[in-house]
Design a binder for this molecule. Sequence first.
Ligand code: ZN
Ligand code: ZN
Length: 147
Amino acid sequence: MTVLAKGGCRCDTNPVRFSYNKAPAEVHYCLCTDCTDISGGAVALIAVVERSAFTITQGEDKIANYDTKPTCHRRFCQDCGCHMFLYVDAFPDHLLIHVPTLDRDSDVGVKPDRWVFVNSKHPLVTIPDDGLPRHPGWAASGDPVAA
Ligand SMILES: [Zn+2]
Ligand SMILES: [Zn+2]
C-alpha cells in the first residue's frame, strides 16, 4: 500500500513513527479546551483518518495514553511528551491525528475545511477570515455529534 503521510514524535533516538495510506475523511481546526490545553497550542489541526489506513511503524512500546475525558483517549510518547493522535469513542472507525506531528514534506491528503468548537476559542486568538465554516461544537463529516 502506498504511504500518503508519515509522522512521529520528537525523540532523536528510536522515535515513535506512524503513517497512513488514505486521504483523511476531513481535516479541521479544533479550538476545544481539551485539544488546546493538552497540546499547549492555541489551535489544534486535526486529520480524521480511517483506523484501517493507519499503521504505527516504529516505537509502539513508547506510546502512553491519557484520557482527557472518559471517551477521549490521547496518545503520547512517554519519552518526549509529544501528543501525536487520539481515539474518540464517537468515531469508532477513525482516529484523530495532530497534523503538525506529520513530517513537513508529507502530503496530508486534504486541506482543512472547517473550524470546530469555536465557542471555546481562547480570547487572544483571532480566527482568520478564510471563508471556512465555523461550528460552535462538533461538526463531523457524516453524523454530527453533540458537543
Ligand atoms: Zn518521543
Ligand atoms: Zn478538540
